[in-house]
Design a binder for this molecule. Structure first.
Ligand SMILES: [Zn+2]
Ligand SMILES: [Zn+2]
Length: 258
């Protein structure tokens, strides 16, 4: 077996106030989503030991503002190309982008040393997709902003070495909380977000024989608690609860490697 350069990843923060994830293989580093203002993004990048000039791409999952807020400005200021589906690229909030690449939601492509498999997901956006990243040897699966499981999701995320998996809400906290009814319906709906239990059900269907690392992503600050997400996922994997990492809104996740 050939040994590839390690696949490294970090989160600049995750949740409804902003999302951005770094993926790095050898000397290619890309940012997946850019949901913080440009200034905030640069600060958070520096905390991860990166400069915006080092980014080979901004790869978008969908056009909700918690995923694209700073993308257009960062792209323009530092000449970083934006990669996305055509549906996502239609977002007015991106502004004029001079360096742009279009992918389809099921495409396999590479950016520098990073192999990327896009896959479509049910979510209330124009053409949303999520991604599996690889260095040719190990796989990192990313899944957030998805309303329900599909057989295709299970196929894509099986055999991953690491998973970044949405645990948006606890269903009871959401239903008993103070969101207006229509928003509760949206969040819990098939085009909304995964509950802890839905995330656990997905995990239970995956082949996790290669899994060494998992982090719960996109936790709601009003409708979830870290411990509930940890309990739900650890029960499936039969891991200690403390082995379930949490990418929180402020701190994200420090660099990991597989
Ligand atoms: Zn989101
Ligand atoms: Zn979204």
């Amino acid at each position: 077996m050939t040994s590839s350069a390690a696949l490294e990843f970090a989160s600049l923060g995750s949740g409804s106030k902003g999302n951005a994830t770094l993926i790095s293989v050898a000397n290619t580093c890309i940012m997946v989503d850019c949901g913080f203002s440009m200034r905030e993004t640069v600060t958070r990048l520096e905390q991860c030991g990166k400069q915006p000039e080092q980014l080979a791409a901004i790869l978008l999952t969908h056009e909700h503002s918690d995923h694209i807020r700073g993308a257009g400005a960062l792209s323009r200021k530092y000449g970083i190309p934006i990669w996305s589906t055509r549906g996502t690229a239609q977002a007015e909030a991106l502004g004029d982008i001079s360096r742009q690449y279009f992918i389809n939601a099921e495409e396999k492509f590479t950016i520098g040393s990073i192999e990327i498999q896009a896959y479509p997901v049910p979510h209330d956006a124009k053409e949303p997709c999520q991604y599996v990243f690889s260095n040719g040897e190990h796989k990192l699966g990313l899944l957030t902003d998805v309303g329900k499981c599909t057989p295709h999701i299970i196929e894509q995320l099986s055999m991953c070495d690491a998973l970044l998996l949405e645990c948006n809400h606890d269903s009871d906290m959401l239903m008993n909380g103070d969101y207006p009814f229509s928003l509760k319906q949206r969040v819990a709906g098939d085009l909304g977000h995964l509950s802890n239990q839905q995330a656990a059900d997905i995990l239970a269907q995956l082949d996790t024989s290669n899994l060494k690392y998992i982090a719960a992503m996109h936790l709601s600050d009003k409708n979830n608690q870290m411990e509930l997400a940890q309990q739900a996922l650890s029960a499936v994997l039969d891991w200690e609860e403390s082995w379930i990492n949490i990418a929180d809104q402020e701190l994200g996740l420090a660099w990991q490697q597989i």
